[in-house]
Design a protein around this ligand. Structure first.
Ligand SMILES: *Cc1c(COP(=O)(O)O)cnc(C)c1O
Length: 355
């Protein structure tokens, strides 16, 4: 793929934010990648241009009918000064799966990886160096065809933007308190829950705002049909260590297939742990929490890697887990995965890609 490149003059480039002030998704680098699609010509006009506004027709399909998908991955600056991506090919595969589900066009995986690497090369100075920080990569695709009517659009835009992000745990792990909702649902079986598509996040806002008002960090979703089986948390998959078995809900079509989730499953199996992917009811979880058989609970996702859960709140009752403290397995998984990402541990699974 030829990428036409229009670079900003050095004098017009932004000052880097200080690494202590990064937080998440607030700052964006100097350039972005764009590529257009038309049904009759396919993907064309791949280009890297200065970061800036798009011009969209007000009738663009994404604004009305929601054909919009995205991905999220990170580039890590290692102690050896090499920049690494973690399982980036999996993100490209998932983007294509989301595209398929939303009747949007497929993208060539290798070309998109090449675009990500080229953009990061140009924006190298934006990959922060402080421990735990990284450069978040946000690929996304929107329908741009101007028409009103419900059918798949014939024109699309694919873009990559980059955002330096801070250490998620600047002051060490802090287990979160989670609100289990049986009132709202995120996704239904047969719906679009397994696609990273914009509307899923809009649909989740009401429940998470209510949970925040009550002092909780996130919402744990139950299945839509019976409100009985655990699905996932906010933008994370969920794991339970019950006695010595690590359990996570089976991918049912309404759960987002997290790459961190898959990595945790593979690492745990490799360490000889007992692992189960199966339906797990909220009643089972709370019963095990009550009699202390639930040793650990944690969420998994690109942003936090591992997010220990210190308590679950359901129907007016608070269930404390592991005394509200981070468990050994959560810590071990976090150390292993971040160790790989920063090039400090041996990449036995071939997950890392050096740019
Ligand atoms: C992105 C996402 C996850 C986590 O996926 P990772 O690939 O591990 O980052 C989990 N649930 C939802 C709803 C998500 O959007």
């Amino acid at each position: 793929m030829d990428i036409e490149t229009e670079l900003l003059p050095e004098s017009e480039r932004k000052d880097l934010p200080s690494s202590s002030n990064l937080s998440f998704g607030k700052h964006f680098s100097d350039h972005m990648f764009l590529m257009d699609y038309k049904a009759d010509t396919g993907w064309h006009n791949a280009r890297i241009v200065p970061y800036g506004n798009f011009s969209l027709d007000p009738a663009s399909a994404c604004l009305h009918y929601g054909q919009a998908i995205f991905e999220g991955l990170k580039a890590y600056n290692g102690k050896d000064d090499k920049i690494r991506l973690f399982r980036a090919g999996e993100n490209m595969d998932r983007l294509n799966h989301s595209a398929w589900r939303m009747c949007m066009p497929q993208v060539n995986k290798d070309e998109l990886l090449q675009a990500i690497k080229t953009l990061i090369q140009i924006e190298k100075r934006w990959v922060p160096e402080a421990k735990g920080t990284s450069l978040y990569v946000r690929p996304f695709m929107i329908a741009t065809e101007a028409f009103l009517g419900v059918r798949p659009a014939k024109e699309y835009l694919l873009s990559l933007i980059l955002s330096p992000v801070g250490a998620y745990y600047a002051e060490g792990f802090s287990p979160v308190k989670i609100f289990v909702t049986d009132k709202y649902v995120r996704a239904v079986s047969g719906g679009v829950g397994e696609a990273k598509t914009a509307g899923n996040y809009a649909a989740s806002l009401m429940a998470s705002e209510k949970a925040k008002e009550l002092g909780f960090t996130q919402v744990l979703w139950l299945d839509a049909a019976e409100r009985r089986y655990v699905e996932e948390v906010g933008t994370m998959n969920i794991f339970f260590l019950i006695e010595d078995v690590l359990i996570t809900p089976k991918l049912s079509g309404s759960i987002l297939p997290g790459i961190t989730r898959d990595s945790v499953l593979r690492l745990a199996l490799g360490w000889g742990l007992k692992v189960e992917e199966r339906p797990i009811s909220i009643n089972e979880v709370l019963e095990k929490a009550k009699n202390k058989a639930l040793k650990e609970c944690f969420g998994t996702g690109t942003a936090a890697v591992i997010s220990p859960v210190g308590a679950l709140y359901y129907k007016g009752v608070n269930y404390s887990i592991n005394g509200g403290k981070t468990g050994d397995l959560a810590q071990r998984l976090f150390d292993e995965i971040t160790g790989l990402q920063y090039g400090e541990r041996e990449d036995a699974y071939g997950w890392m890609d050096i740019i």
